[in-house]
Design a binder for this molecule. Structure first.
Ligand code: ATP
Ligand code: MG
Length: 461
């Protein structure tokens, strides 16, 4: 195996945090091989801010725990969490993978003794580089620390290329997630996928059907954190991965939109996702699915009711990729509400009703989504919302009642003061009181509301 002892032209020694260097030194001093590996080393070589430094060693897990007081087993695959300099680092014993029975992760792992075999099981050449040294039996390291780069990963870093380690088709057959990781990394690193690797993805895209929704969802989440997720999403669509990940989104391709000339619904979605703030993952996700109901409602050319249909389609998709319930609820609500149409003629009461309907917590995300949607349509982002935003803020600042919790009376008052029976009537009465208070905030006083409620109780009985 080639070992690069001298940094080649254009390449340099990686800069490793002192705490990580300290962990390496401890391994070496005790006669073990130890290296930094994976995404953090890759990022450092690219010149991106590296985080989550991972280490690999020939020391077995029990030995790692012995060498580092306070270290704990992370999982049954030989990963140990080591604390140093106030941070936790994952240290993994060299592995050789076996048994890819069903296009997913291997069923069991075997420990290895060589960094080269550990690197050979990794997905892309840029992720299959290590920096470190072997140990010597008497303690101390064998030679100076150096890059171990058997697959030409450093050159691919320079060329900004994602290339599968080994034979791409075989590697994607072993674990189909690597294809999704490929398009995800293309977006987050802003790298191209090497042609043979991309051809193999296109060829084997259907294997994605064997993956669990969780693993797909996790990579999708990372993809959406990219500066321009459209880079990865487009690769997904063009390679056929999207047909398996979300046929609902794949169906957006070729659906005409009279927004940006020459662009279809899928192009609109991608523009919207890129325009949504990277720091607001819920808004990014909502932008991805905001028009997911359009293909099913395209028949009349107007996508009538697409936000209602879309809410259900989005829910089904997000459940399939196992997003947390709170995330699904929020995204579905954003899809459901994204078609609001403000007009300057709205009364203050209409603005308050809007706030009450959307919910105070969600307003900001809904506006962010609309701005992304506007940008996706080639419009200035705050078209149709700049004034609404201002008027909403005015109402919020006035501290008027906007939801049932703001009313001067609650369900207990209805029960105790008016003898209403516990049950759905309580909610109905409070809802009607809220309508009145939203129209006229001055009504929000206990005696007034009890008096109004008394007349409503009559209606209920
Ligand atoms: P990021 O910087 O976004 O974390 P990463 O490449 O570090 O990207 P991780 O999921 O943290 O991604 O994985 C760490 C390393 O483990 C990768 O760099 C790669 O070497 C290896 N790896 C992860 N998943 C796979 C896989 N499915 N098949 C082969 N190797 C993998
Ligand atoms: Mg990582």
């Amino acid at each position: 195996m080639p070992r690069t002892d001298e940094p080649a032209a254009g390449r340099r020694e990686p800069v490793i945090p002192a705490a990580v260097q300290g962990i390496l030194e401890t391994f070496w001093a005790n006669g073990h091989a130890a290296y930094v590996v994976g995404g953090s080393l890759r990022d450092e070589l690219i010149g991106r801010r590296a985080s989550d430094w991972d280490l690999a060693t020939d020391a077995r897990p029990d030995r790692i725990v012995e060498l580092f007081p306070g270290a704990v087993y992370e999982n049954k695959f030989g990963t140990v969490d080591v604390r140093a300099g106030g941070e936790t680092y994952q240290v993994t014993t060299f592995r050789t993978d076996h048994d890819y029975g069903d296009h997913r992760r291997p069923h069991h792992v075997e420990f290895g003794d060589e960094i080269e075999t550990d690197l050979a099981r990794r997905d892309f050449t840029v992720n299959a580089i290590a920096w470190g040294a072997r140990g010597t039996p008497g303690g101390g390291r064998a030679g100076r620390a150096a890059l171990v780069d058997p697959f030409g990963g450093a050159l691919d870093v320079e060329r900004r290329l994602l290339r599968a380690v080994g034979e791409p088709t075989k590697r994607f057959e072993e674990d189909a997630l690597r294809m999704i990781r490929g398009v995800r990394l293309a977006a987050t690193l802003e790298f191209a996928i090497e042609p043979a690797t991309l051809a193999a993805i296109t060829d084997r895209a259907a294997l994605v059907e064997h993956l669990s929704g969780e693993r797909i969802g996790a990579e999708l989440g990372r993809l959406l954190g990219a500066r321009r997720p459209s880079v990865g999403l487009r690769l997904m669509a063009d390679s056929g991965l999207l047909d398996r990940v979300s046929p609902e989104l794949a169906a957006q391709r070729g659906i005409a939109q009279n927004k940006v000339p020459g662009e279809d619904l899928w192009d609109h979605t991608l523009r919207a996702v890129d325009a949504a703030p990277a720091a607001r993952p819920v808004v990014r996700l909502a932008a991805l699915v905001h028009d997911i109901g359009k293909p099913a409602t395209a028949a009349d050319g107007h996508f009538y009711g697409h936000e209602r249909v879309g809410a259900d389609v989005a829910r089904a998709f997000l459940e399939r990729v196992h997003y947390p319930r709170a995330v699904i609820q929020r995204v579905v609500a954003l899809v459901r509400q994204h078609m609001f149409a403000y007009e300057a003629s709205w009364s203050d009461a209409a603005v308050r009703r809007f706030i009450g309907k959307v919910g105070r917590d969600m307003l900001d995300e809904l506006f962010e989504l609309r701005m992304a949607d506007n940008a996706g349509s080639g419009l200035p982002p705050d078209v149709g919302i700049a004034e609404l935003r201002r008027r909403v803020e005015e109402q919020l600042a006035a501290d008027v009642a906007l939801d049932r919790g703001d009313l001067a009376i609650d369900g207990d008052d209805l029960i105790e003061e008016l003898g209403v029976e516990r049950g759905p009537a309580i909610g109905r009465i409070l809802g009607r009181l809220l309508d009145r208070v939203i129209a006229d905030p001055a009504l929000n006083e206990r005696p007034t509301l009890l008096l109004l409620a008394a007349t409503l109780v009559e209606d209920e009985s």
